[in-house]
Write a protein that binds this ligand. Structure first.
Ligand code: B12
Length: 298
């Protein structure tokens, strides 16, 4: 499918058919045929040359099972394809990379899984979250320094950024979602992952960041009217105030037709009993199922 410049997000990354063909180890004419069949999205430059979107190329490679043999030609890390994808290989490698701040390995493991057609939700639940559980317990029992834990968070943020480049900005015309963490909650990773999981299911999802006052989220619902707002809750300062403000926010969402989706370690069964929301998810695979059910075009 060939689109005009301007319809595509300016943050997407574009490559020539020649570079993509070389990266995939196929002829340029095969590649152009796939573009003409609409299997890979492209735009045309003023001079009439095709430019291919990285996320669309990777989506095609994922679904068609085509390996990227020269990843460096399209700005991806070298060494892709060398992760042991079965058994505990990938999670052990990722966990060690997080603990030592080895960003190159962490990126490679996650991108290999993604290109092997593992959903973003599954990568987050089975590789990234367990990696942080391990980091948390090492920190708790004193076998990890604070700087090492913070380095793991920074490393992971950069890996998520890389994955975002691969996933793209979501389906054109897909439903809108936004969300983040609430006032007093400094945790960033789960909300960034929520954004990616929803984008992977075709949603136009945007993370609003962390420490958001309830009042500003209420305004976001009124002004932007997203189909879905997510809230990731890892830390609650004052439970009574939290519950009251949360339920007011949910009333606003209901009156504007927005779903409220929540998850996070602080939402214990006792707290959840007192909250109103559309759905609670224990993990990202639950979110993926919910997100797909509300976006059946996927
Ligand atoms: C990284 C981290 C931090 C970082 C966060 C930095 C950042 N940029 O995000 C910082 C340094 C801020 C931090 C601070 C603290 N931390 Co801390 N932290 C962690 C750690 C290691 C990882 C958390 C994380 O992001 N995990 C990755 C996410 C994806 O996993 P998750 O939250 O479990 O999410 C899963 C589900 O809950 C769900 N989910 C979550 N959100 C959402 C949202 C939606 C919409 C959906 C669908 C699903 C979903 O999906 C995931 C499943 O795959 C955990 C260890 C652990 N076991 O979690 C400790 C941990 C949470 N921290 C802990 C503590 C004690 C603290 C501090 C009090 C330390 C201190 N003395 O200062 C402070 C408190 C800060 C505060 N104001 O609340 C304890 C909490 C114990 C408790 N239950 O009370 C833990 C468990 C460590 C431990 N073993 O003791 N921490």
């Amino acid at each position: 499918m060939i689109q005009q410049v301007g319809e595509l997000d300016s943050m997407s990354h574009f490559f020539s058919p020649k570079a993509v063909a070389a990266a995939m180890g196929v002829s340029e004419s095969s590649l152009k045929r796939w573009v003409d069949k609409g299997l890979i999205q492209a735009e045309k430059t003023g001079g009439g040359h095709r430019r291919l979107q990285l996320d669309s190329v990777l989506q095609f490679a994922r679904e068609a099972g085509k390996p990227i043999t020269r990843p460096e030609l399209i700005g991806l890390p070298e060494g892709l394809g060398s992760t042991a994808l079965f058994g505990d290989g990938a999670s052990t490698e990722f966990e060690k990379a997080l603990a030592s701040g080895d960003e190159i390995t962490a990126r490679r493991v996650v991108l290999d899984l993604y290109l092997n057609n593992t959903s973003v939700a599954t990568i987050c639940d089975t590789i990234i979250t367990p990696g942080f559980q391990k980091i948390g317990s090492m920190w708790h029992c004193g076998s990890m320094e604070i700087y090492e834990e913070r380095r793991a968070c920074e490393t992971c943020s950069r890996v998520i950024h890389e994955l975002r480049r691969a996933v793209g900005t979501g389906m054109i015309g897909g439903p809108e979602a936004m969300g983040g963490t609430l006032d007093g909650d400094p945790y960033t990773l789960a909300s960034c992952m929520t954004e990616l999981v929803l984008r992977d299911c075709g949603w136009r999802a945007n993370s609003l960041g962390n420490m958001l006052p309830f009042e500003t989220l209420r305004r976001a619902l009124e002004r932007d009217r997203p189909r879905l707002m997510w809230l990731s809750v890892t830390s609650i300062r004052d439970a009574d105030r939290f519950i009251a403000s949360f339920n007011t926010l949910c009333e606003t969402a209901t009156s504007h037709g927005s779903a409220i989706v929540v998850g996070g370690q602080a939402l214990t069964a006792d707290i959840r009993r007192l909250l109103r929301y559309t759905t609670y998810c224990d993990n990202f695979q639950h979110l993926e199922a919910f997100g797909k059910s509300l976006n059946p075009r996927n």
